[in-house]
Write a protein that binds this ligand. Structure first.
Ligand SMILES: [Zn+2]
Length: 79
C-alpha cells in the first residue's frame, strides 16, 4: 500500500503570459497549417519552412508546426 500524498503534481508553467500588443482587428483569413500533421501554425512566431520546386518548376513553400514534423515530412518525401 503506497499512499503518497507528496506527489508534487503541478501544472506546467503557463506560457500564455506573453504580451498581446498586436492589433487583433482584421484578422488574416489565410491561416497556415502544418504540411505534416495539419495543425494550425502560429505565424506570429518562427516556424520551420521547407521550399521545394513543383513539377512545373515553381517554388513551393511547405510550413511546419515543429522541426519534428518537418523532418518527418522530408523523410517520407525522400522515401
Ligand atoms: Zn505538424
Amino acid at each position: 500500500m503506497s499512499d503518497d500524498p507528496d506527489e508534487g503534481e503541478r501544472p506546467s508553467a503557463s506560457e500564455s503570459d506573453a504580451a498581446d500588443s498586436g492589433a487583433t482587428d482584421g484578422a488574416d483569413a489565410s491561416e497556415t497549417y502544418c504540411e505534416q500533421c495539419g495543425d494550425p501554425i502560429e505565424t506570429n512566431e518562427w516556424y520551420p519552412v521547407t521550399s521545394d520546386r513543383d513539377e512545373d518548376g515553381s517554388l513551393q513553400l511547405y510550413p511546419f508546426c515543429t522541426e519534428d514534423c518537418q523532418s518527418t515530412w522530408l523523410d517520407e518525401r525522400s522515401g
